[in-house]
Design a protein around this ligand. Sequence first.
Ligand code: ADP
Length: 486
Amino acid sequence: MQPLKILMLSAEVAPFAKVGGLADVCGSLPKALAALGHDVRVVMPAYAAIEAALRTGKHGVRAYPLTLRVPMTREMVPTGVLDATLPGSEVPVYFIAERQRFGDRPFLYGYPDDPYRFAFFSRAALDLVIAALGWRPDIVHAHDWHAAPALAWLATAGRDDPRYAALPTVCTIHNLMHQGRASWRVLDYLGVRAQRLVEERPGEVNFLARGIYHATMINTVSPTYAREILTREGGFGLDALLRYRHFDVHGILNGLDYEVWDPAADRHLAAPFDVSTLRWRIHNKRALQVRAGLPRRDDVPLVAMVTRLDSQKGLDITGHVLHLLLNNHAGEAQCVVLGSGSAVYEKMLRHLADHHQGRMTACLGYDAELAPLIYGGSDIFLMPSLFEPCGLGQLIAMRYGSVPVVRGTGGLADTVRAGVTGFTFINYNADAFWNALQEALCIYRVDRDSWRALQRTGMTGDYSWETSARAYQQIYQWAIARVRGG
Ligand code: ADP
């Protein structure tokens, strides 16, 4: 196929700025698309960490010799530009360097003027690449609500300007829970005149709803989540709009960055291993036991979680199950949980770990060095999510030989094959979760050959970005055909 010019807009791109899975996708997908021959450019805001990288030279961030004057409704905002390339590639990343909105603030999000910040970012990104650099993309790909103002602008104000008219667009939903709701005034600021959508309350704008409404194609990060968001239960109030557009809603699984997540080369492991040296894995289990202050017991199943402590992650049904697991005199077990987030769940885990001292350790905090040892040293990995757009944890666990026990929702349903690479349950309750975990423990204890087969199949599964990038390529082509009438 013809190489495409792809403009990607995102609030997070790894390794420059990361809060969640969005950054991983936007750090990996452009590289995978470039490897297929496409010309990809990425734009994100220059947060404080990126301004700091400019001073230290980290990640190759440089000043770009250009000052924009971003045309917002009542002002032209002078804005600097920084640039770098995605590590290990030639893909250019441009940073919108406007201090007041991004560079002088310690966090990426969480400010009352976030809708204005990202409306500005979206408009500035289009102005930079299309007007200032004169690079007209074949496709504009906006990720999550932060970049959706670009889609709203292109479909309204931008239609009358030949530089921006008739651009095919894709809107990717990474998590439908976050929608970018704000006062209607932000649309005036952006320069968009529009009718209120049914999903918007009077006086309110919903940027993600506008992205879904205006994008030529829409996708989310797994086929099952793409179906779930069409339902009332999974739609977070946007299900009717998504059903209205359901012919254009696709599900594309995220890949795993194999350069980052490779058990054969991971320096955080005590003993790197691959599928042919699975027997070395036990050294990681022992190292994890030492690190977690648990007794060294090779044959006792070590059950683990690495997670944000958020109600999305199924923690409401986890406490009871861990308690049953560690109280179970029919068979011993150990447990390590690494997590940070809500104080309620931190308290729950601390309480459980106190009660089951010597069998459970709760590591409360974000620890990127410990996480790989947990994936590579635990036997069973739990992900009982209430909902899960794609999920990375189960993919990493499988690649590192830890067998996942998951709720069959969203991307978990699409990646963990019951009885082949892991164990699943459907109903969101502790009983169902406990039964699935019991099934896993039973095989672990009595049938080591089947256990090894589960590990091997998980470790050798294809979760590469290349597969995902080909699927994105397909929806880009559909979007282009729709706009150009092909
Ligand atoms: P989400 O993006 O919803 O948080 P994912 O499963 O898609 O969930 O991605 C979570 C990623 O963050 C995984 O790479 C996981 O290892 C990592 N992670 C989550 N919590 C922690 C933590 N406390 N310490 C280290 N890594 C964590």
